[in-house]
Design a protein around this ligand. Structure first.
Ligand code: THU
Length: 165
């Protein structure tokens, strides 16, 4: 028996001014995307902005539905949108932020499990580490390099290619 310890590094910034200008711009696009979220049920408005290897930025926001599970998170809207326009271009980074109607978000917005899975696939697909920039309405900004940090031992396409025993 052995125990495996997964650890990861989160880089924390006190303000947007401390960020690299590329990350700050991406965050700005995510903030702008919040305004177009369709979230009448949760009143939790999320924006995501994706930076591609070709320099393009694609944004998305959460899209809810009266049949709740039919809605989709901002991160997946942005990543699927990017993939639908630029199917062969690697994704370098994603910035995520949100605004709530009934309270102030004081912690960085963390992607949900399903979005983490899609982010892991994006990274794996292009063999390119994904930089994740997370911010709330107030408080610190957190950055992680690569999805191994947010989803250790992710399920990848290689699992589907294993030979039958
Ligand atoms: N949501 C996102 O868009 N991204 C996240 O990372 C967390 C949750 C959305 C889904 C739903 O529309 C609302 O936020 C409340 O869960």
């Amino acid at each position: 028996m052995k125990k495996i310890n997964h650890s990861f590094i989160v880089t924390e910034f006190e303000s947007r001014e401390e960020l690299e200008s590329e990350d700050n711009l991406l965050l700005q696009k995510a903030i702008e995307a919040v305004d177009n979220a369709y979230a009448p049920y949760s009143a939790f408005y999320v924006g995501a902005a994706v930076l591609l290897e070709n320099g393009k930025i694609v944004t998305g926001n959460n899209q809810e539905n009266a049949a709740y599970p039919s809605g989709l998170c901002a991160e997946r809207v942005a990543l699927f949108f990017a993939s639908s326009i630029y199917p062969d271009v690697a994704v370098k980074a994603i910035a995520i932020t949100a605004k709530a109607e009934n309270f102030t978000i004081k912690e960085p917005v963390a992607p949900c499990g399903a979005c983490r899975q899609v982010m892991a696939e994006t990274e794996n697909r292009f063999d390119n580490k994904l930089r994740v920039i997370m911010m709330g309405e107030e408080g610190v900004i957190q950055v992680v390099e690569g999805m191994e940090s947010l989803l250790p031992s992710a399920f990848h396409s290689e699992e589907l290619k294993k030979e039958k025993r």
